[in-house]
Design a protein around this ligand. Sequence first.
Ligand SMILES: [Cu+2]
Length: 262
Amino acid sequence: MQRKRVLRSILTPMSLTKLKGLRTLLLLAPVLVLTGCSKVSGLGYEEGLSSVNDQSLSLWQGAWITAGVVGVITLILILWPAVFHRGKKDGPEFPKQTQYNVPIEIVYTVIPFIIVAVLFYYTAKKETVISAHTDTYKHEITVEGIQWSWQFGYPEAGADALVTGTPAQPPVLYVPMGEKVRYTITSNDVVHGFWIPAFMIQMQNLPGVTNHLEFTANKLGDFPGRCNILCGRNHSQMLFTVRVVTPDQYKAYLETFKGSAA
Ligand SMILES: [Cu+2]
């Protein structure tokens, strides 16, 4: 009895609570939606850095917008009963319990299925473009993962045109701007992950498997590269730098190997 009296004193009249709750929800929803939209500039990624960004950025943004909309709707659905279905002054201790409501159960099964299906469709569509193998690439570069660094090879400059890094001296991967490169991705020992965060790419270096990835870097500059598969003790030191240079500078870089071999 004592507890009921305390509860009654806390509860304001239902009509007032309803109005206040509705006002809060109406104010909250656009604020959440707008803060979500203003962030969708790149969400940590830059536009146009590589041919992969051209595909992945809209997918990344779209997934976040979807998550934002779902999040806002979910929040409203959580707050709604808390605000509008509070215990009534003289109501029973428990509200009406609803079970086995088939239409509601169908709705909350079908909606997530549609969300997953839409995300899957766009992901598969982009992935097909990103991982496509063509014969229109201009250059070839080999990327071998080794515990715990990288070996980059430039077959155009000869079989010996190899750059091998160490954890103490991370290697530099030279890439020509605006020209498509086909990367051959292999491993010398365990599974590694060739990852250039800014370019939105990652592909695993698998022992005994040869992977290929084709993309074009479209902005000059240095970009950090990483291994993103836990591959052993010095995994965190498997760093490299991607240096995007002009096609002429790239040609000159390849010449340095020929010079040293002669
Ligand atoms: Cu690794």
